[in-house]
Design a binder for this molecule. Structure first.
Ligand code: NAP
Length: 485
């Protein structure tokens, strides 16, 4: 198992300097991308004494590189590289130079590579390509752009089958879902992975820099699934927590269609993904693919967090515990309080689960009356019409609709006459921080709890479930503040 730093530099001299840095950073070998130099060099002497094994690559345009020259010129450069102590050369699977071995080239091993910059074909096709590449040289390398969870699954499945052959191979992903195939290259059975010397010096899409790769060798992978993923605050919060706590971990997006959920669950086990956040529209549909649900997820009928416990996937709902913590932090005890929930979706059900557990009396009002009745039935509450609440008295009012959220109508979800001094008003919306609902409630004398609180506590609970360590509130709050700016 080896890490090969792929060197992008303008000149041979710069490349030689980069090899020394790569060695300091723990690389096992380097790939010098001659096609990315300002012009193909004639003098490779500065690289002769470079302190790591070296691979020469002159990637053609057709395979995603910059080389457009003739095969004779390529041959000339590779001979020069062999004489300068390079032990490996890269040739594409369709190169006419494959099989050509003169005195110089006899000394080097040939990596036979295939690149697909469009997508990842079916597993059977990947196997076909890799077997052919293996037969044409010393080491087969396949690099495929991974656009979707289905494509990632194809690649991982192919790696399992290739491992059975006992032959060495290099299989990796490029593009949006590429990074995880590099972070988990050992699990994929790949004998090597490619890394950049530092962020910004990548030679392929999806490449990870060597420092991050080394740090993540036994690191924790977490992430989020949904469709579309849009702009979530979760990556900022969890990445900030990993960094501040000095935990080797990362948070990646896994956009998935509904039918891809079983594949994603398999990938969680195969790639040792410690946990995922689940967002719209999979919070309910994901449940059937899990091994167990915790009490809150059962209660709410929705999962916002999956925890991978040694291959057993547990569905949790940290929105419920987050609401409890947000109210507690605000010094509000809901026991025996008459509480109005506005809305009847996932957030409303999480709110009802919390309020019932903590002994509040629940009233639900929603645009679609039948949905309010459903929630009321499930959580032993009472359903009323949105217009009925004006004359009613509540100790607690919680907005669980998206009204007032960025991108939604900036209107109140409920008649403001409902608000009165001494009441507690919470809005689960966290973007913007101050919604029309909160502004109006505060102006009418209510104690307010912003949705940011729930957001932070649900993330703290998720992070703790994934890593075993509780992140500091302030770190996540700061990440949210930056997002809200
Ligand atoms: P959901 O399942 O889609 O439910 C949305 C609810 O809002 C439904 O009851 C819907 O009524 C109602 N609604 C939607 N548009 C409306 C409109 N124009 N007028 C009146 N009512 C309307 O959504 P959700 O998952 O519960 O999320 C609701 C909000 O909570 C979102 O803004 C979300 O960002 C936020 N949230 C925050 C946190 C946090 O950590 N702070 C966690 C989860 C959710 P119908 O039944 O009539 O369609």
């Amino acid at each position: 198992m080896a890490i090969c730093v792929s060197v992008r530099s303008a000149t041979v001299k710069e490349a030689a300097a980069a090899v020394s840095v790569a060695q300091e950073k723990g690389a096992d070998l380097v790939e010098v991308r001659f096609d990315l130099m300002s012009s193909p060099p004639t003098d490779l002497a500065p690289l002769k004494t470079a302190p790591l094994p070296k691979m020469a690559t002159l990637r053609s345009k057709a395979h995603g590189g910059e080389w457009e020259g003739k095969d004779e010129d390529r041959l000339r450069l590779y001979r020069r590289a062999a004489r300068a102590g390079f032990s490996l050369i890269d040739l594409e699977i369709d190169s006419p130079l494959l099989g050509f071995r003169d005195r110089d080239l006899k000394k080097v091993e040939v990596v036979v590579s295939h690149h697909d910059h469009e997508g990842t074909p079916p597993t059977s096709r990947i196997i076909e390509i890799m077997l052919l590449a293996g037969a044409r040289g010393d080491l087969a390398k396949g690099a495929f752009k991974v656009n979707t969870v289905s494509e990632l699954h194809r690649l991982v499945h192919a790696s399992k089958l290739l491992s059975l052959t006992g032959k060495k191979f290099v299989l990796l992903g490029m593009g949006p879902l590429g990074p995880i195939t590099r972070l988990r290259y050992r699990r994929l059975g790949s004998s090597m992975t490619y890394a950049s010397l530092e962020p910004g010096k990548e030679t392929a899409q999806g490449q990870v820099d060597i420092a991050s790769l080394k740090r993540m060798e036994n690191g924790i992978i977490t992430g989020i699934t949904g469709m579309p993923l849009g702009h979530s605050f979760s990556p900022s919060m969890h990445r900030a927590a990993f960094e501040a706590m000095g935990i080797a971990g990362t948070y990646l997006p896994f956009p998935a269609q509904r039918e891809e959920l079983p594949l994603l669950m398999e990938l969680m086990r195969d790639l040792d993904i410690a946990g995922l956040n689940v967002t719209i529209p999979h919070k309910e549909t994901v449940m059937e693919h899990l091994d167990r649900l915790d009490g809150n997820a059962e209660d709410v009928g929705a999962v916002n967090v999956i925890v991978n416990q040694k291959g057993r996937l547990i569905g949790k709902n940290t929105d419920v515990s987050a609401l409890a913590q947000a109210f507690k932090a605000a010094g509000v005890d809901v026991r025996g309080k008459r509480s109005l929930i506005v809305g009847a979706g996932g957030a409303a059900r999480a709110c009802a689960a919390f309020l019932r557990r903590d002994g509040a009396n629940i009233v639900v009002a929603n645009r679609t009356r039948s949905r309010a009745e459903e929630v009321a039935r499930r959580f032993s509450g009472e359903a009323v019409g949105l217009d009925d609440v004006k004359g009613m008295d509540f100790d607690v009012v919680v907005n669980c609709t998206p009204l007032g959220m960025k991108g939604f109508p900036s209107q109140l979800p409920i008649d403001p006459e409902v608000f009165h001094p001494g009441q507690v008003a919470m809005d689960v919306i966290y973007n913007p921080e101050r919604t029309p609902f909160l502004t109006e409630a505060e102006a009418r004398g209510c104690k307010i709890i912003p949705g940011r609180e729930m957001l932070i506590y649900q993330a703290m609970d998720a992070f703790e479930a994934w890593t075993g360590q509780r992140p500091p509130y302030e770190i996540l709050a700061e990440a949210v503040r930056k997002e809200q700016e």
